[in-house]
Structure formats: structure tokens, C-alpha cells
Design a protein around this ligand. Structure first.
Ligand code: 5GP
Ligand code: MG
Length: 188
């Protein structure tokens, strides 16, 4: 018999809504960075799909860097941000746009910001997130561009995982209780 884990998560934000929102965000971001030396820093793995779809809508010369960061354990933030790369990108003279999948406690964006701002010669730092949870944050941090505000629920899909799975869903969805395993050992 098929396991309940194989049923698809309930749709929260569908593919067409994501595409329409990315069109609008891309226009704003393109206007903002026109004529500036833009470097996009995508926080992986969660922002992979968001970055790929957003950047294809931004017709500007830009550089792309990726930062491998992990903070989640299953359904909960571990409270510690791990930088998994040996080196940070060189950002001297660059206007940096950070991309992340979701702003939850604010820890990840804040830690990444602090780490990159300590790099010499960075011109500016802004951030865009696909999703932002409506909740009080552990860190006072906000994104300059937000795709969608959502309630304080655990979501998956469109880059976001649960225990390493669901990132390839073309929509953002919510896991049903039957899809959550009893033991949490995932990463984000
Ligand atoms: P924060 O550091 O703001 O608490 O969370 C940022 C990271 O935690 C995100 O980049 C994402 O990887 C992970 N995260 C936060 N909320 C969720 C969620 O609802 N679903 C999933 N899959 N990951 C989340
Ligand atoms: Mg992430």
C-alpha cells in the first residue's frame, strides 16, 4: 500500500501566482539596480529555484555567487547558522542582493548579512525573499523585496525542503500531519 508520505502537500501558493509575483519583483529589482555593479548572492539550497526563475527575468549584467548555509533541523530552526563553504565571494565594489527562500526567525539573513558586510569594499547590501512569515522574529531584520507574506506554518516546495525532500515541487505547499515523520533529521 502506498505510504501517506507520497501524497502531495496541499497547495498554498500555486505556480501561476509565483510566476506573476516574480514578474513584478523583477521589474522593481531591475529598476533599482540599473547601471549598478550588481552581484546576486543566492543562499542555498532553499533559494535555488527562486533565484533561477527571478534572475532570468532581470535583463541586467550581473554576477551570481552562491552561499551554502544550513540552519534547519526537520521542522524547526536549530538556532545556529552553519556556513558550509570554505571561502566567501569577493564583493569589493559590488552592490549585493541577497536571495533567500524564506524569512522566518531572521537568523539566517542577519548572520549572512553580518558576515558579508565585514568583507572590505562592499557598496550596498539588500535582500529579497520569496516568502516571509508573519511572526515576531528573533532578529530585527527585514527584506527589501518580499514575494509573499504567509502565516507561521512550515511550508515546502519551490526550493524549500522537509528532510531533504519536496524542493522540486513547482508550488509552495503545506505538509499534512500524516506527511511529517516522527524523527526529525533534515537540513535546509
Ligand atoms: P530563519 O533563519 O529566518 O529562521 O530561517 C531561514 C531558513 O530556514 C530558510 O532559508 C529555510 O531554509 C529554513 N526555513 C524557515 N522556515 C521554513 C519553512 O517553513 N519551511 C522550510 N522548508 N524551511 C524553512
Ligand atoms: Mg535556507
Amino acid at each position: 500500500m502506498e505510504q501517506s508520505i507520497h501524497t502531495l502537500p496541499r497547495v498554498l501558493i500555486d505556480e501561476a501566482s509565483i510566476a506573476a509575483r516574480l514578474d513584478a519583483l523583477a521589474v522593481e529589482i531591475t529598476d533599482f539596480y540599473r547601471g549598478k555593479p550588481l552581484t546576486v548572492v543566492a543562499i542555498l539550497s532553499g533559494s535555488l529555484l527562486f533565484a533561477a526563475d527571478l534572475l532570468r527575468r532581470i535583463p541586467l549584467p550581473l554576477q551570481l555567487e552562491c552561499l551554502n548555509v544550513s540552519s534547519y533541523n526537520g521542522l524547526e530552526s536549530s538556532g545556529v547558522v552553519h556556513f558550509l563553504d570554505d571561502r566567501l565571494p569577493s564583493l569589493e565594489g559590488r552592490c549585493v542582493l541577497l536571495l533567500d527562500d524564506i524569512l522566518d526567525t531572521g537568523l539566517t539573513l542577519d548572520e549572512v548579512r553580518l558576515k558579508l558586510v565585514s568583507e572590505a569594499g562592499l557598496v550596498s547590501m539588500h535582500a529579497a525573499v520569496l516568502l516571509q512569515k508573519r511572526k515576531a522574529r528573533a532578529r530585527e531584520v527585514c527584506a527589501d523585496w518580499v514575494g509573499f507574506e504567509i502565516g507561521d506554518k512550515f511550508v515546502v516546495g519551490y526550493g524549500l525542503d522537509y528532510e531533504g525532500e519536496y524542493r522540486n515541487l513547482p508550488y509552495v505547499g503545506v505538509l499534512e500531519a500524516s506527511q511529517v515523520r516522527s524523527r526529525n533529521s533534515g537540513k535546509s
